[in-house]
Design a binder for this molecule. Sequence first.
Ligand code: HAM
Length: 442
Amino acid sequence: MSKKSSRKTKTKAKMPPPQSLKGVYDILPQDQSHWEFIKSTVKKLAEFYGFQRVDTPIIEDTSLFIRTTGEATDIVEKQMYTFKTKGNDSLTLRPENTPGVARAYIEHGMANLQHPVKLYYFGPMFRHESPQRGRYRQFHQFGFETLGFNDPALDVQVIQLFYNILQALKIKNIIIQINSIGCPSCRPAYRAILTDYYRGHSAKLCSDCKKRLKQNPLRLLDCKQEKCVQLKNQAPQILDHLCEECHNHFKNVLEFLDELELPYILNYHLVRGLDYYTKTVFEFFTDKKEKDDELAIALGGGGRYDNLMEILGGKPTPAVGLAAGVERIISQMKYSDVKVPSPALIAKVFLAQLGTLGKKKSLKLFEQFRAAGIPIMESLGRDSVKSQIKIADRLKIRYTLILGQKEAFEGNIILRDMDSGAQETIRLDKIIDVIKKRLKKK
Ligand code: HAM
């Protein structure tokens, strides 16, 4: 080996093994059953309520989020993964999917479809947050958007839909926090009153809130810092300042929630961290009692956004929607020890082989089982029949087929009943029929 190449090998050996990035993670095979259960539950219920699936790209033009989610929000200010392309375009990994769905609605002329247009999605989102419990940098949301009507019944329908999903996932003690944040005709007057109130106490505000007071005073109601929490308890409440339309809308929403007996509480401080909301806003939690050692984190949230389409240059299209955090739901399910259906161990037959001829015929036989629709497992990389039978035993598979050199040569195969240990020799060309009959008998 030359000196140069031995140096190269040494440098390579020193490289630490690669690791996933902070705040992102792998979804391993053992975790897939939770994901599958959630995906199939979401699909089933979404379709029942008339939602159709939409998948938008995870990457969008940065301006989309600035115009919709809002320039002065934490998401746009601090959390977006934004980068410049070689062509000098500014692109962003989507931090949420409502703007992408709105863009797709306008771009594909969905305004011409029968309304409401009901869309749902399931996929990864990206936010550069400090990783902690329930907060990841790549996380997954499923969400629902109902586009085209201003009716409070539709606000309640998405709430009911998500409630039903959580129920189907066996999450208990659900509580919905709800508020109205008014509309462009009543909110400015409230914002002025709120700003006046906080100006009188500005010295006591945390540094973030001092900034928010100038840019986005409603967000002060959302602050979790001790000194700001005390101030918000005395702050003027938006519900006292809603215009007649917003007041009636919210009254109807609450009446419908009562009618459906959905568990909600009014939270006058709920404003949500995104700029596009109008009227109803809400978040889903589980009762703190179940997780009394931990702070409550929202499993999902949403609201009405009647002006978003116009902001993006579309026709006026009132809309309402919500999104849920899949990781948080899984963590809640695990905490409550919810049993999920594990992917069925469907193979009833195990194919063990020995020798080149045995392997050759096994490859073909495996395909014949597939064509016959009989789930079968193999361990083609192994040569010891004993170790293959052990695997079948561990997997609790009822029948093992053994195709050794001798059997392959004679056109036979051994059928072993794993329960009794009894073995019999069967003609290779009859084995599928024999297995079919045995499986039918069971
Ligand atoms: P959001 O409240 O920003 O709303 O996110 C919805 C849910 O996503 C949260 O309640 C939480 O469960 C989950 N989530 C958010 N950030 C993280 C994170 N860093 N790690 C893990 N989970 C997280 C929206 O995204 C709006 N687009 C919802 C909406 C749809 N409004 C109307 N339509």
